[in-house]
Design a binder for this molecule. Structure first.
Ligand SMILES: [Zn+2]
Length: 406
């Protein structure tokens, strides 16, 4: 069995194959996200992945003719399965190891200006099967942390959006002469970045670096980012001649927007980066890491280059756990009746993002787990406190008694 992080995934693949019927040749070829990186075009792609979710969560990502299925498309598929409204026939299964071709493709195109010493933390997720080799082949000296694949995640959870999961990287950067830390989520599509002195560079700031680099070759390009990202991003993109577009959070939605607009780059606060320039437009943490190293290797001091990116006082993504269905209801109530005094703009693209002169607050229902995701950012700590307290009042007003994570 190939490298596998999700313990249930192989069983899911087998039952998927067993239940698959089609009168056209089709196959389920790959596991856990790696399928999306295959340069080979297939009409149907299914990957089994639990992403960064707890080990007892697993799911399918389905791509049909290059389009990721989501929302109503998945509901429609469910209806068709329930009503047995399906084509029938015999399917075929082939297995293929795409890792070598994948690594070759990247090292052919991505060139580091100098060798770098880095810490790589895969959190025992599937990236562990590829990341150390990829980065060594790119010319790095790699200090490996938790690169053996183990779906029980015995060390820390493979989710680099949570600061507690980056503490091992921070400690290792302190104890070794590595100059940069990279961390990957469970299925390897998201990247976490830590500077030599232990500062976490959240994905919206990573995106600044990527946008600047892409815009140097694609003048006037459109850069897409989700509603969780910093207010500093749009002016940064504009100053470099690009066109900033704020969009909904969610892998499938951002990917669809990328396709629709022809933008060369999109990114999400969760760590998903979608490079269309020089790459295929899907989110891939390892590839993002390679592009980051290419940019930073051209700078004399990677630490200084990252720390120079505009910053604000902000929180990471905060999760308010609720019961299934409740997060959507809470956000609906906020949109309908909450008042936010002094707000400059109320953006309801995805959840509620309230923009003030000196910061913003966001509450949006997660697409994958029953939580409300919150994020706050401000020019200073006082403004952050004021915005958080406005949200506390608003949430308590529409749904009293919740244990708020801020
Ligand atoms: Zn992921």
């Amino acid at each position: 069995m190939p490298h596998e992080g999700g313990l249930l995934a192989w069983a899911m693949i087998q039952s998927l194959v067993a239940s698959q019927s089609s009168n056209r040749p089709s196959f389920v070829e790959e596991l856990s996200g790696r399928l999306q990186r295959s340069p080979r075009a297939t009409s149907l792609e299914v990957s089994v992945t639990g992403s960064h979710n707890p080990p007892d969560y697993n799911g399918l990502k389905m791509v049909l003719g290059g389009q990721t299925l989501f929302g109503d498309m998945i509901q429609d598929l469910r209806r068709r399965i329930a009503e047995d409204d399906l084509a029938h026939g015999a399917g075929e299964v082939r297995t293929a190891d795409v890792c070598a071709a994948y690594i070759e493709r990247i090292i052919r195109d991505v060139k580091l200006a100098r060798p770098m010493r880095i810490v790589v933390d895969c959190g025992n997720g599937v990236a562990g099967g590829i990341a150390p080799e990829l980065f060594r082949r790119l010319g790095c000296e790699v200090v490996e942390l938790f690169c053996d694949v183990d779906g029980r995640f015995p060390n820390h959870h493979p989710d680099p959006s949570k600061p507690e999961n980056l503490q091992d990287v921070i400690r290792t950067l302190r104890e070794t002469d590595a100059e940069l830390g990279l961390a990957f989520d469970g299925d390897g599509d998201r990247l976490g970045v830590v500077t030599k002195d232990g500062e976490i560079i959240y994905p919206d700031r990573q995106l600044m670096l990527f946008a600047e680099d892409v815009l140097s070759r694609v003048p006037g390009g459109e850069i897409i980012f989700d509603v969780k990202c910093t207010r500093n991003l749009a002016p940064w993109i504009r100053a470099r001649g690009g066109k900033p577009t704020m969009w909904n959070t969610g892998h499938a939605l951002v990917k669809a927007k990328l396709k629709e607009t022809g933008a060369p780059l999109a990114g999400e606060m969760s760590g998903h980066m979608f490079f269309k320039e020089r790459w295929f437009g899907f989110d891939d943490g390892l590839y993002s890491g390679a592009r980051l190293l290419e940019i930073l290797s051209a700078r004399p001091d990677a630490n200084a280059a990252l720390k120079a990116l505009p910053n604000a006082v902000s929180t990471p993504e905060l999760n308010l756990k609720m019961n299934e269905g409740e997060p959507f209801e809470l956000v609906k109530r906020l949109k309908a009746s909450a008042r936010f005094d002094g707000a400059q703009a109320v953006i309801t693209l995805d959840g509620v993002r309230i923009e003030y002169a000196d910061g913003f607050g966001l509450a949006r229902p997660s697409n994958t787990t029953p939580v409300v995701v919150l994020r706050f950012e401000a020019d200073d700590a006082d403004a952050l406190t004021r915005i958080q307290s406005a949200f506390r009042t608003a949430i308590n007003g529409v749904w009293p008694g919740l244990d708020l994570p801020f």
